[in-house]
Ligand binder design. Structure first.
Ligand code: ADP
Length: 473
């Protein structure tokens, strides 16, 4: 899970908002329910108290409670209240103590009821020793038959009420995380679905490079946002493609236009050099010019080849090519140049390796690598050429023990006209186009090229090209 992803942020924001809303709603509901149930409790207590008082009789200096003619339910309610009542005079003095049951006796002896005894009307609340809370309603007794004015205080335990509210709270506390987990799981799934088209577009966009700039993204998702993104992206790629094609055409045109004047200059310089009466200084200037013209012609030719290749105007004619023979042949061709610098070239090639390749192009690619290995080798260093099968690919390696390439140059050596060491490259006739061409050729054969190099130790260039089985003629 990526914590920086839009999907995660969406879920996270949603979770915070939902949690805040659910907790707020829960608190408000809890408060409302609690108020309502307290109100209901008070009302019931007041009604019960009225009823209780109406069933009280005072005869022969004694109280008695009559349940005659009452329904079972009302009789039970009265009996329930019998446990918690106290009669006092107007000053709060307790009257008729013999009527009290043991609960009220304990509460009186502990002094818990002192605040209740003083009130003459309305509600009051006390906490008993064991922590349970009781709510009382005080109401004056009807004067008839009583020796003195009295107030009756009737109570009920609030524990049942509190238990219900506690249960409600616990249920809520446990259900909030559960709701959040379910919502987050659903949110994760739906956010993933909503963002899927964007992921598809990203994947296609990642595959686009200068070689396939004509690619257009298509999306089956009809959502307005997705379609707009696809349209803008396609329009941008089309504009880039147009500019790229113009640039390629310009390169090719310039290279093409330069070829004729360059060959005329070359021809005329060679002609001038044939003259016997030429002063020595002029001759040496013309020879140097000729070398530069030769270099220029090579740059122009390579640029033209590359531009045409990238514009798709180079046609590859592929046929089965035996890798062993190809490498032996190329190394034989280069041995003479290598021996000039005391370099020993060694070929080790597994038997029976075949690739489907355009012979001329693939020769050109390997020749470029061999040429570089010779150019950038130190005197009398070995150059090893190898070929083996690696899964479905043939790996051709060219290893030298030359000057190597610095780490910071490695990402750029396949770019056009990039030279890690311009002075050295120029001295050895390099123009920085060889490896760009090698890369294009290898990729045109559905292959890839990689390099490992260490300064002053040497370089290993590896070309991977799909292997084919030996053809049957
Ligand atoms: P160049 O014509 O200059 O050799 P390339 O495109 O063939 O151009 O190579 C680009 C650069 O990569 C070279 O200028 C050189 O600095 C570096 N390079 C290529 N091959 C080697 C090698 N075998 N050893 C050291 N450096 C190399």
């Amino acid at each position: 899970m990526n914590f920086n992803s839009l999907r995660f942020r969406l879920i996270w924001t949603q979770a915070i908002v939902v949690a805040a809303v659910v907790v707020c709603i829960g608190l408000i509901r809890y408060q409302l329910s609690s108020n309502r149930s307290e109100l209901r409790f008070d009302q019931t207590l007041a009604n019960d108290a009225q009823f209780f008082v109406s069933r009280f009789k005072f005869e022969n200096n004694r109280f008695s409670l009559s349940t005659d003619g009452l329904s079972t339910r009302s009789a039970l309610a009265i009996q329930e209240l019998e446990h918690y009542f106290v009669v006092t005079d107007l000053e709060g003095g307790v009257l008729y103590e013999d009527l009290h049951n043991r609960f009220i006796r304990v509460m009186l002896s502990e002094g818990e009821l002192s605040s209740i005894l003083r009130q003459q009307n309305g509600y009051g609340q006390v906490s008993a020793e064991d922590g349970s809370v009781y709510r009382f309603f005080s109401i004056p007794m009807p004067a008839g038959g009583l020796p003195q004015p009295a107030v009756i205080h009737i109570g009920r335990s609030l524990e049942l009420q509190k238990g219900v509210m506690r249960e409600y709270l616990l249920l809520y506390i446990y259900s909030v995380p559960l709701i959040l987990v379910v919502l987050m799981a659903l949110g994760w799934y739906f956010a993933g679905r909503a963002l899927k088209p964007f992921e598809e577009i990203t994947r296609t966009a990642e595959k686009i490079n200068y070689e396939n700039l004509n690619t257009q993204i298509t999306s089956t998702h009809k959502e307005q946002e997705v379609q707009r993104l696809v349209q803008s992206f396609n329009a941008m790629v089309s504009r880039l493609n147009k500019s790229f094609n113009q640039m390629r055409k310009f390169n090719a045109d310039v290279a093409h236009e330069l070829r004729t004047p360059l060959s005329i200059l070359q021809g005329e310089t060679e002609l001038a050099l044939r003259s016997a009466s030429l002063p020595e200084e002029i001759r040496s200037v013309l020879i140097s010019n000729l070398e530069e013209l030769d270099r220029l012609t090579r740059i122009v030719n390579d640029l033209l080849t590359l531009s045409e290749a990238e514009a798709g105007r180079q046609v590859l004619v592929k046929e089965p090519v035996p890798v062993g023979d190809l490498l032996e042949d190329l190394v034989d061709q280069m041995r003479l140049i290598a021996s000039d610098r005391n370099l020993v070239m060694d070929v080790r090639c597994a038997p029976d390796l075949w690739i489907n390749a355009d012979k001329l192009w693939i020769r050109r690619a390997i020749l470029n690598l061999l040429d570089n290995a010779i150019k950038y080798s130190k005197e009398s260093g070995p150059i090893d050429i190898s070929a083996i099968k690696e899964n479905s690919m043939i790996r051709i390696g060219v290893r030298d023990s030359g000057i190597g390439i610095r780490n910071e140059d490695l990402p750029y050596i396949f770019d056009r006209l990039y030279r890690a060491d311009p002075a050295r490259s120029r001295a050895s006739g390099g123009v920085g186009l060889g490896l760009s061409l090698v890369k294009w050729i290898v990729e045109a054969h559905q292959g890839s090229i990689r390099v490992q190099s260490h300064p002053n130790i040497g370089s290993l260039f590896e070309v991977l090209i799909p292997s084919i089985s030996r053809p049957v003629y």
